[in-house]
Design a protein around this ligand. Structure first.
Ligand code: C2E
Ligand code: CA
Length: 551
């Protein structure tokens, strides 16, 4: 059974043992033989995120007496909340006033009477636990559920009480809570949080171990039966328009820190954020591994650039009519010293998410210029090479200056430089992109709109978007070419683009059937495994060499 902690501070061993004897049937009793030792004990308990419910204090002690101890205790943010009962044999008024004015709560006279002591101690503890001060330490002000620290302590206590029973940490999040707050106001947000707390109590009972940490981060500690009940019912419904998602961590290892247990429940819920039709998710160790991998990749980006672990592949683009090489896309590759080859499909979105993509983009661009300048020096005929510009860089108003400087530094004409900007950058902030695009085009660079068909851009936007080429997204290409031509919108898209003087590249062409269909609808260029996979720079050099021979 879990017991509250009581600290007995007393230098006389016989007295100390007597108190331990009396109290230990009801309490977990810890002892100290003087004030200084007691302060250390309290600090220790506090560091373990546990609480002392009451202190029994002798006044006359060596090293540090009771008054000095009281004074120090009341100066401590946490210690000030612990009720102190002074044990004394000679109750005189002076001592009493002095003790009370130093912050003692009550007296217990010597010799000790077990019943009186137990009774008084229980009363004081009860009183204090219901007082406003302790509320701040235990409860979340808004919802009346526990706060984070106290919840952590309750988890530990539950292990002490019952080591064999399985426990579950369950967290719940409101989808788009921030948005809710912004749209309906903080008060409505608070009401919603209260509503949820109420539902939790109604569903699991008033003595449920539940907490709110911050914002909409709720946590519950459920035992096996509670968890089964919860599982059967799936979720607590608030309103049809408010989506609540749940993350579950089954406590299999009781030795890991409780903070980490809660993090794992959070990880489980975060990984289903925004997913359609998935409202509950249980933590599994692969999530942690994925997170560690992400962290490892993020931490090593600078070093990777410095040590040239990144390099560039080229994927040729061909004319649909005569399969002539008309250009190439530069695609970054990462040879990680520990993980081996890592796909850009993995690290680019990660770097974008954490705002560290710009350094890599710069590096790749310069690498491309270095290659182009080498090819040029060797006397090859160049073809335009397109470079990917990630969203954040697309909004950079110095983009044209950056590329202009590179063309000067490496003596490459701007007409050989194409920039691929993803469709979603246009739909999100068209004004900024249009401005950047006008600057770039003025200098002679070409703009390709990447991933067309994967988002929401409409054809009638093209005329104002300043793009020279659209790149049809791989899924779009593969979907549309699988339909009969009269049912596909491919032809319409391409015709419309041509009317606006925009060329069209199809990406991800893998079969002859796809190529033929693209030819039938007058697509201009193709890129894909059918023609060539992305290749290292020296192989690409061979492709350029062929242009000389056939010229
Ligand atoms: P993306 O810009 O859409 O690039 C095309 C991706 O499709 C490349 O994947 C390419 O290898 C792949 N691909 C080409 N042909 C085929 C095909 O026939 N079938 C299939 N299934 N796939 C094909 P990759 O190289 O893995 O790059 C993935 C994404 O990473 C790129 O998508 C791009 O968004 C990003 N990325 C690559 N390099 C860079 C870079 O240097 N900078 C930035 N910012 N992003 C880059
Ligand atoms: Ca691209």
């Amino acid at each position: 059974m879990w017991k509250r902690k009581i600290l007995v501070v007393e230098d006389n061993e016989i007295n100390r043992e007597m108190l331990v004897d009396i109290l230990s049937s009801e309490y977990d009793v810890i002892t100290a033989s003087n004030g200084k030792e007691a302060l250390d004990v309290i600090k220790n308990v506090y560091q373990n995120k546990e609480y002392i419910s009451l202190i029994l204090l002798d006044i006359i002690m060596p090293i540090m007496d009771g008054y000095t101890f009281l004074k120090k205790l009341k100066d401590d943010e946490y210690g000030a909340l612990i009720p102190v009962v002074v044990t004394t044999s000679n109750v005189n008024e002076v001592d009493e006033v002095l003790a009370l004015s130093s912050g003692a709560t009550d007296f217990i006279p010597k010799p000790y009477k077990a019943k009186i002591i137990l009774h008084r101690v229980a009363n004081i503890i009860k009183l204090r636990e219901h007082s406003a001060l302790i509320n701040q330490v235990i409860y979340d002000k808004l919802t009346g559920l526990y706060n984070k620290d106290y919840f952590y302590q309750q988890i530990k206590n539950s292990f002490v009480r019952n080591d064999l029973e399985p426990f579950y940490i369950v967290t719940l999040n409101i989808e788009n809570f921030k948005f809710f707050n912004e749209s309906f106001g903080l008060k409505a947000g608070d009401n919603l949080l209260n509503e949820i707390a109420k539902k939790i109590r109604n569903y699991f009972g008033n003595d449920v171990v539940a907490a709110r940490f911050t914002a909409d981060r709720f946590f519950l500690l459920l035992n096996y039966n509670q968890y089964q009940a919860f599982n059967n019912k799936e979720a607590i419904e608030i309103s049809k328009s408010i989506i609540i998602r749940w993350g579950v961590y089954e406590i299999v290892d009781k030795t890991i820190p409780v903070e980490q247990m809660c993090d794992r429940a959070s990880l489980a819920v975060n990984s289903i954020k925004g997913q359609y039709n998935k409202y509950i998710n249980c933590y599994d160790d692969n999530m942690r591994k994925a997170l560690l991998r992400e962290k490892m990749l993020l931490d090593s980006i600078d070093e990777a650039i410095e040590n040239k672990q990144f390099f560039v592949y080229f994927q040729p683009k061909y004319s649909v009519y005569n399969k002539e090489l008309i250009g190439a896309e530069a695609l970054v590759r990462w040879n990680h010293p520990r993980l081996g080859m890592v796909s850009p499909g993995e690290f680019i979105p990660l770097f974008e998410k954490y705002g560290v993509i710009s350094n890599l983009d710069r590096f790749v661009w310069e690498e491309v210029f270095i290659h182009l300048s080498n090819y040029k020096k060797k006397g090859y005929k160049l073809v335009p090479v397109s470079m990917n510009v990630s969203r954040v860089d697309a909004y950079n108003s110095y983009l044209s200056d950056i590329f202009l400087n590179l063309t000067k530094k490496y003596d490459i004409e701007p007409k050989y430089i194409h920039l691929e900007i993803t469709e979603s950058a246009y739909t999100k902030s068209p004004k900024q992109i249009i401005k950047t695009s006008i600057d770039l085009k003025k200098q002679g660079f070409s703009i390709e709109m990447d991933d067309f068909g994967s988002g929401y851009s409409s054809l009638n936007m093209f005329s104002m978007l300043e793009v020279d080429v659209i790149k049809l997204d791989i899924d779009f290409v593969q979907n549309e070419t699988s339909k009969s031509i009269d049912r596909s919108i491919l032809g319409d898209v391409i015709n419309m683009a041509h009317r606006m003087n925009i060329r069209v590249v199809a990406e991800g062409v893998e079969t002859n059937e796809q190529l033929n269909k693209l030819r039938m609808v007058n697509c201009d260029f193709v890129q894909g495994y059918l023609l060539k996979k992305p290749i290292p720079s020296d192989e690409f050099e061979n492709e350029l060499k062929k242009l000389l021979i056939f010229a």
